[in-house]
Design a protein around this ligand. Structure first.
Ligand code: MN
Ligand code: MN
Length: 484
């Protein structure tokens, strides 16, 4: 079987040439976008205005691409401190509506995490700065670069006066980092209108797992977050006055938390693994081919030794198995000193990352039953209360969907390699939201490299990723139109 792909056709070659020739302009536009401090995290009117500004700039650019743009105004946001802040509009755009062509909708966000040079940035975070082919700036990879790459791809067809092989839609928001205020409601509202003729939804808001090998993401873990409270009374006690005659809440809580997971990372809650989809031989093979440098991964994480020694075991436990993490204890005395207090009421916090086909309410039931059993064995006179405060489903896509095949072919054409087929151990509710509400095929097609540092100091996107990524999207449109 031939593993190499055929050389790009005449049209592809022209598209790629055009993108190469205009790459400095593409970088310049990214620079203009990065210069806008569209921070959605800090609730400051000035920053909110910046998000409005970038949404308007994006709407303008979409119009220049020939798209019909609707800027959906949203209600203001009431903050807990009584302040009210305007919420930037969500943009819905469409370009072409020919029924014989597939329609692909791109989701992206234009807001960013906060950044200040004093945080340890080597350059001004809002001045895109190129060093050795790396374009440093807040939002460069998360998510302004990928959004622009998609627009670059669309614009290249237009510049060459070539008909777009697919109908294109955009849904762009400015509040993703702050929890995508109002997005889900809008998707629900537009289910039978904007989304009705959409065949595929593409999200490009993650990273590859390596520096050089592109990836396709087809699954993310869910999350169920628990609080377990053990209470004797609201006030604390003096350990000299009460120590020795009480069931101490902290001792109960430590025993409860200690009953959740063993030292090999195995979750001890009865029944929890029963719901997990069995790991198939095909999946195991997929893990073997993934481009992950275990040693570099270990070194960059500054972890002396992981629980697992092989790449396959490590990745399956990150993506394919549930995990339980203990996050903290509220109400506990945590000063560096030696105060002799017995906390009267403490709350332990832990969460379970969920995988297909784990069911949220069953997980909740199993956790509660387990903790109640452990607690009752202690015969404590304290009160225990367990609640699940966050419940987010895992997401899994069908990798034999047409758009996954098209993306694989486009990656072969542009990069000359097979993509890493990966999942993400974190919880990214957006994919599942789109899939559940619209019932359409959702794909994550990231452009950024593993070391891009999203949310961190010195975030960057490589010029290579940005430019080749623009080509990738152009090639993807063509492949999709052939396969659809
Ligand atoms: Mn993002
Ligand atoms: Mn982000």
């Amino acid at each position: 079987m031939l593993s190499s792909s055929p050389p790009p056709s005449g049209l592809l070659e022209k598209l790629f040439q055009h993108i190469d020739l205009h790459q400095d302009e593409f970088v310049q536009t990214l620079k203009e976008w990065v210069a806008i401090e569209s921070d959605s995290i800090q609730p400051v009117p000035r920053l909110r205005r910046e998000i409005f500004r970038i949404m308007a700039l994006a709407a303008d650019r979409l119009q220049h691409l020939g798209a019909r743009v609707e800027s959906v105004d949203l209600d203001s946001q009431q903050l807990p401190d009584g302040q009210s802040l305007p919420v930037p509009p969500i943009l819905l755009a469409e370009l072409g509506d020919e029924p014989e062509k597939p329609t692909v909708c791109f989701y992206g966000h234009l807001d960013v995490q906060p950044a200040q040079q004093e945080d340890g940035w080597l350059t001004d975070p809002y001045t895109l700065t190129e060093v050795d082919g790396k374009l440093y700036g807040r939002g460069a990879t998360d998510n302004k670069g990928p959004v622009l790459a998609w627009m670059n791809a669309v614009g290249t067809f237009r510049a060459l006066q070539q008909e777009l092989p697919v109908n294109i839609k955009f849904i762009l928001e400015g509040m993703e980092e702050a929890g995508s205020v109002a997005l889900e409601e809008l998707v629900r509202k537009e289910k039978d209108s904007f989304f009705s003729n959409v065949d595929y939804i593409v999200i490009s808001d993650n990273l590859w797992i390596s520096r050089r090998t592109p990836a396709l993401i087809f699954g993310t873990r869910g999350n169920s977050y628990f609080m377990v409270e053990v209470k004797c009374r609201d006030q604390d006690f003096h350990s000299g006055t009460f120590g020795g005659i009480l069931n101490e809440p902290m001792a109960d809580l430590v025993a409860l938390l200690g009953s959740l997971v063993d030292s090999s990372g195995h979750i001890l809650i009865p029944g929890i693994y029963d719901q997990m989809a069995p790991l198939t031989e095909e999946e195991k093979k997929m893990y073997e081919t993934i481009d992950l440098d275990l040693e570099e991964y270990q070194n960059s994480s500054q972890v002396e030794k992981f629980l697992f020694d092989t790449k396959e075991e490590l990745l399956t436990h990150l993506w394919r198995y549930p995990s339980l993490s203990i996050h903290g204890i509220q109400g506990a005395f945590d000063d560096p000193g030696t105060k002799t207090v017995i906390p009267g009421r403490v709350i332990g916090k832990f969460s379970i990352r969920l995988v297909p086909h784990m069911n949220l309410s069953l997980v909740e039931k199993q956790v509660k039953q387990h903790l109640e059993a452990v607690f009752s064995r202690r015969n404590s006179s304290n009160k225990m209360a367990v609640s699940m405060v966050i419940g987010l489903h895992p997401w899994i896509a069908n990798i034999s969907d047409t758009q996954y095949l098209a993306a694989k072919r486009a990656i072969r054409t542009v990069f000359g390699v097979e993509p890493d087929m990966i999942q993400d151990g974190s919880t990214i509710p957006i994919a599942r939201t789109f899939q559940d509400i619209t019932q359409k095929s959702v794909m994550m097609l990231p452009l950024g490299a593993v070391d891009d540092g999203e949310h961190s100091q010195n975030e960057k996107i490589n010029r290579w990723n940005y430019i080749e990524g623009s080509k990738l999207f152009a090639a993807f449109f063509l492949e999709l139109s052939k396969l659809h």
